[in-house]
Design a protein around this ligand. Structure first.
Ligand code: RFL
Ligand code: PHB
Length: 411
């Protein structure tokens, strides 16, 4: 089998790249380890930046998003029992976020791919990358009981944190940066209207809590829990009781409870691998970086990587220029690191860290107080939350070259 771009992974990064490439007439095949049903059953992100919404529109997969997505013009911080609303739209001069589940984005992309008749090999086993630093890379895999090989011009590693693509880069050529946080998030999905109209990020002595949603009728809640905790040990009642304790009284009173549709624990991690290209292999999305979910940035970073990668591949095939390919890693990383910083900072601001001192506790409170009382500080949070621009034009100084010496492109 031969294609132009072999894509590993049918998560949002792989599917979105495939969709953009297909519409630009660039041939691609997706190899996915799991079944389609499994991929669609994963409950993950829910908040889309404007840049991602625009990219989904460009990819021709925004009909349902435009109909059903909830545009949020504000977000709430809760601490000391009080709710503080940040007016994102006013603070950013017009930007908003859209609440639309990652599951829905994935579903829309799967349907669009089917309609275009592009191939996705689900349940591909033993996926292995070969010759990534040659002009003729290959991907070997087993599907339907037979060993197969996909020859291609480029490989896009969109296979998430636990995928095989990153591991295909020689260890000496890859630098990794990591922070593991000493707690996880226990998430619960329920078919009940949300407790608040907009998201609530709550800091509390008992730990962080988040009220999010998927629609006007479906809510998503999270609780900070110790890493050793198991989702099975939490009854729905215990979850709601703990959530109420961590929320301001008016939000707790508005909480509508019901049987959980899903309950799971996610660990929190910051991780970056540099560079994001080696030879003819590109990494995109969680394959290259992980953020703790506090800033709602993971899915959105996958989308910005795909934006840069699609532009680079289109330039290669349409214009015969490899400038975008050469710049891909540095361009993507420049945005990735800023989202890493924001997610790390939001995590530190809102969570209870085991063993934290009374001094650190007061620092969190003072920073939160400053955030909601200073227009400059509120604006800085808002600008990051709605998503920094894809091309680094706003308020970002000159960037240093990266380890691979390529550096980001000029501004
Ligand atoms: P994915 O979604 O992990 O998809 C990778 C795909 O690759 C497949 N795969 C392989 N295929 C072939 N061969 C192999 N060897 C393979 N190994 C793996 C996998 O089966 C999978 O289908 O990565 P992608 O596409 O980069 O997308 C990234 C996002 O999924 C992720 O960043 C977000 O979900 C993170 N995230 C959030 N991001 C946001 O922007 N906003 C949010 O509000 C938000 N909330 C969250 C989140 C992640 C969470 N969890 C569970 C980690 C909330 C949670 C709780
Ligand atoms: C979600 O709805 O799953 C969600 C929203 C905001 C976050 C993280 C997760 O920061």
């Amino acid at each position: 089998m031969r294609t132009q771009v072999a894509i590993i992974g049918a998560g949002p990064a792989g599917l979105l790249l495939g969709q953009l490439l297909s519409r630009a007439g660039i041939d691609n095949v997706i190899l996915e380890r799991r079944s389609c049903a499994y991929v669609l059953s994963r409950i993950r992100a829910g908040v889309l930046e404007q840049g991602m919404v625009d990219l989904l529109r460009e990819a021709g997969v925004s009909d349902r998003l435009d109909r059903e997505g909830l545009v949020h013009e504000g977000v709430n911080l809760a601490f000391g029992g009080v709710l503080h609303r940040l007016d994102l739209k006013r603070l950013t001069g017009g930007s908003t976020v859209t609440v639309y589940g990652q599951t829905e984005v994935t579903q829309d992309l799967v349907e669009a791919r089917r309609a275009l008749g592009r191939p996705t090999v689900y349940e591909a086993e033993e996926v292995a990358l070969h010759g990534i630093d040659t002009a003729a890379p290959r991907v070997s895999f087993r599907a339907n009981g037979t060993q197969q090989e996909l020859r291609c011009d480029f490989i896009a590693g969109c296979d998430g944190y636990h995928g095989v693509s990153r591991g295909a880069i020689p260890a000496g050529a890859l630098a990794t940066f990591e922070r593991v946080y000493p707690f996880g998030w226990l998430g619960l999905l329920v078919d009940r209207p949300p407790a608040a109209e907009e998201l609530v990020y709550a800091r509390h002595e008992r730990g962080f809590a988040l009220c999010s949603m998927r629609s006007a009728a479906r809510s998503r809640y999270y609780l900070q829990v110790p890493l050793e905790e198991r989702a099975e040990d939490w009854t729905d009642e215990a979850f709601y009781d703990e959530l109420r304790l961590r929320l301001p009284a008016e939000v707790a009173a508005a909480l509508r409870t019901g049987p959980a549709l899903e309950k799971s624990i996610a660990p929190l991690r910051s991780f970056v691998a540099e560079p994001m290209r080696f030879g003819r292999l590109f990494l995109a999305g969680d394959a290259a970086h992980i953020v703790p979910p506090t800033g709602a940035k993971g899915l959105n970073l996958a989308a910005s990587d795909v934006r840069y990668l699609f532009d680079a591949l289109r330039e290669h095939y349409r214009d015969g220029s490899d400038a975008g390919i050469a710049a891909y890693s540095a361009r993507a990383l420049a945005r990735v690191w800023k989202a890493e910083r924001f997610s790390w900072w939001m995590t530190g601001l809102l969570h209870r860290f085991p063993g934290s001192s009374a001094f650190e506790d007061r620092m969190q409170q003072a920073e939160l107080d400053y955030l909601v009382s200073s227009p400059a500080a509120s604006a800085a949070l808002a600008e990051n939350y709605v998503g920094l621009p894809y091309h680094g034009e706003a308020g970002i100084g000159p960037l240093q070259p990266f380890r691979d010496g390529s550096g980001p492109p000029g501004r």
